[in-house]
Write a protein that binds this ligand. Structure first.
Ligand code: ARG
Length: 476
């Protein structure tokens, strides 16, 4: 007999059971579902909707059920559809008919919204922890490479030299914005929808704030219809996750390029690479490749969720059960990628000499020759043309700018003097970019300082939230 079987005269078609059940995937919510129920049942007693004795029996039963599920001793069935009804059924099996009082003043609609928020909140803390570790690894590489010069690219053509530290810091700040987006989303995730009932609230005189406080929420949602219909918080997470993995994917692409013989700028540690079954010489950067590949599924989940919600009338619709697998998969995918990236970046060998060689063998100091002429009062546009011709000549002569004699320079402009050799040296070129956010060493050091304060603030936030969640688990 189904928990809702009263108004039915026939058993459910078995295919319908299989098709509509979510227990296959929503069993991931079991611990959160029970955590929510414990707070709910305590509130029911406190509000004298059920007796304290019944509440104690139910709470005791719920804890046994939680343990049985965790130890895989409980049978979760498709006939009981989802985690909520499976838990309720297991509870009744455990404590008898009194277990049937648990669902007083509650619907699966507000219950599932609650579980999703509890799950996501937990995942946000883990993800920010892992993201922080990656930022730290990038930061440390920056610290160790304040004198490492490599070509900077636009259009994947050598453009102007930059410090490798500067390049690493670009990712630190990218991930910082991702971090801040997640931290900001917390205030929208961390609200209790319980008490919204199926859609309209409940006729029992419950205390929504009591439940919210017991579960360490920052408050309750404002509108019952919205509370059971809202999956913005899932969409928002999927969007934040999409950006994180997109940033990881861009970094991945650079790691793949840099570890090719063509670039030869870095070597990933053996522990983070794999070989070929046929070609004995191969060492493949599978981890960044796979992270780049998995970007597709995360962005796909974002599109999927938006499309599911589009056109749904208020309030709850069964369509919304489709919110789970994409969110779970995104959390797992992101955790997996971040957990690998931090140690992979940390152990990455930076080939400083190779990077320097690449800078010495290109024309990425051409802008500095033009800027030099501008200082000598030649309009930039004219200087640009002069240097263009100088570069063309150098290519024909198979020389780089620093290989030209002063006489050769003077063919193109009389304004060029012997000090040009200092001006065009890679380190001078880098340090000439002495503007806030620029690649000059002192400016990159400035960035490191700014980042240090930001990373510290992230750390404080993460510690505070994980302490709250940990304490909640212990209290259970
Ligand atoms: N398994 C459902 C879901 O994930 C729970 C809510 C179902 N509510 C209902 N009235 N059928 O969305």
């Amino acid at each position: 007999m189904k928990l809702w079987g009263g108004r039915f005269t026939k058993p459910t078609n078995q295919l319908v059971d299989e098709y509509t059940a979510s227990i296959r995937f929503d069993q991931k919510l079991a611990a959160f579902d029970i955590q929510g129920s414990l707070a709910h049942v305590a509130m029911l007693a406190k509000c004298e909707i059920i007796s304290q004795k019944d509440a104690d029996t139910i709470a005791k039963g719920l804890k046994i059920v939680a343990e049985k599920i965790e130890n895989e001793e409980a049978e979760l069935t498709e006939a009981n559809e989802d985690i909520h009804m499976n838990v309720e059924k297991l509870l009744i099996d455990e404590v008898g008919a009194v277990g049937g009082k648990l669902h007083t003043g509650r619907s699966r609609n507000d219950q599932v919204a609650l579980d999703m928020r509890l799950y996501l909140r937990d995942a946000l803390v883990t993800i920010t922890e892992l993201l922080g570790q990656l930022q730290q690894a990038l930061y440390t590489q920056a610290q160790q490479n304040l004198d490492t010069v490599l070509p900077g690219y636009t259009h994947l053509q050598r453009a102007q030299p930059v410090l490798f530290a500067h390049h690493m810091m670009a990712y630190v700040f990218m991930f910082q914005r991702d971090m801040e987006r997640i931290i900001d989303s917390w205030k929208r995730v961390n609200r209790s929808p319980l008490g919204a009932g199926a859609l309209a609230g409940t006729s029992f005189v419950i205390d929504r704030h009591y439940v919210a406080e017991a579960l360490a929420f920052d408050g309750v949602t404002e509108n019952s219809l919205d509370s059971v219909s809202d999956r913005d918080f899932v969409v928002e997470f999927l969007a934040d996750a999409s950006l994180i993995i997109t940033h990881l994917s861009r970094l991945s692409e650079e790691l793949v390029q840099w570890s090719s013989a063509e670039f030869d700028f870095i070597e990933l540690d053996d522990a983070f690479c794999t070989g070929s079954s046929m070609m004995p010489q191969k060492k493949n950067p599978d981890v960044p490749e796979l992270v780049r590949g998995k970007t597709g599924r995360v962005v796909g989940h974002l599109m999927g969720m938006l499309t599911t919600l589009k056109g749904l009338p208020l309030a709850y619709n069964k369509d919304m059960q489709e919110d789970k697998e994409g969110m779970f998969d995104t959390v797992e995918t992101l955790k997996g990628a971040l957990a690998l990236f931090a140690p992979m970046i940390e152990t990455m060998h930076v080939k400083k000499e190779k990077m320097y060689e690449a800078v010495a063998k290109d024309y990425s100091n051409a802008t500095d020759l033009a800027d030099y002429l501008v200082v000598k009062n030649i309009p930039f546009r004219e200087a640009h043309a002069i240097v263009g011709q100088t570069v063309l000549y150098s290519i024909e002569q198979q020389k780089y700018l620093l290989d030209l004699t002063l006489a050769e320079f003077k063919q193109f402009s009389d304004a060029i003097e012997a000090d040009i050799y200092d001006v065009l040296a890679p380190k001078s070129v880098v340090n000439a970019r002495n503007v806030a956010g620029g690649t000059a060493k002192n400016r990159v050091e400035e960035q490191l300082k700014q980042a240090e304060a930001l990373l510290e603030a992230n750390h404080t936030w993460i510690k505070e939230k994980s302490t709250i969640l940990q304490k909640l688990t212990l209290d259970k």
